[in-house]
Ligand binder design. Structure first.
Ligand code: ZN
Length: 195
């Protein structure tokens, strides 16, 4: 029975992105041999997060409430809506300290080869969000990877068809970059030089 639990743990750890069987084994052995208290904390934190964290009804980022703290912050500039792929990209943009508007988090990007199409990344929800009559500029801040560029292109078409003003982060960001790995001053410049 003990061996079965160990195998189940290794299998579960392998579900994490970038974790192969050897890494999963190392993590499992480490937790069980050296850090049982950490393992308990990890288990409790996972349980709490899975039960408590949902998507914000307005911007789709992770939150434990109906609306996230950014959407509820009345000091943010509600006329600007910045579209990112992930909460990690949103956090990177926040760290620049140079953006004071609101966000929409796609929770993905178009990946046609993997079967992720327009219907899977919240395009309709974005169109509705951006058409609230308050938003005056939608800033596309998807990554500068091929998929991120394709996503920005599709979103720009759909938003412009609704008569919305669309800008894109400037090209100071190296091609092929995920936003979350771009250094902060480059990201701030890409924002201020958007077109
Ligand atoms: Zn929100």
């Amino acid at each position: 029975m003990a061996e079965h639990s160990l195998e189940a743990l290794i299998e579960a750890l392998r579900r994490l992105p970038g974790v192969g069987v050897k890494s999963a084994q190392r993590m499992a052995f480490h937790l069980l041999q050296h850090d049982r208290e950490g393992a308990q904390k990890l288990s409790a934190a996972l349980q709490a997060a899975v039960q408590g964290v949902h998507h914000c009804a307005r911007c789709h980022t992770f939150t434990e409430a109906t609306l996230c703290s950014t959407c509820l912050d009345g000091t943010r500039e509600a006329r600007q809506l910045l579209v990112v792929e992930t909460p990690a990209d949103q956090a990177a943009m926040e760290r620049t300290g140079s953006y004071r508007g609101l966000y929409f988090v796609l929770m993905g990007r178009l990946r046609p080869l993997d079967g992720v199409g327009v219907g899977d990344i919240g395009v309709q929800a974005l169109l509705e969000r951006a058409s609230d009559g308050v938003v005056q500029e939608v800033i596309l801040a998807t990554g500068f990877t091929a998929e991120g560029e394709a996503t920005a292109h599709v979103l720009a078409q759909a938003l412009k068809a609704r008569g919305l003003s669309v800008t894109r982060l400037a090209r100071g960001v190296p091609a092929g970059s995920e936003l979350e790995y771009v250094d902060l001053s480059t990201l701030a410049h890409a924002l201020s030089d958007r077109h």
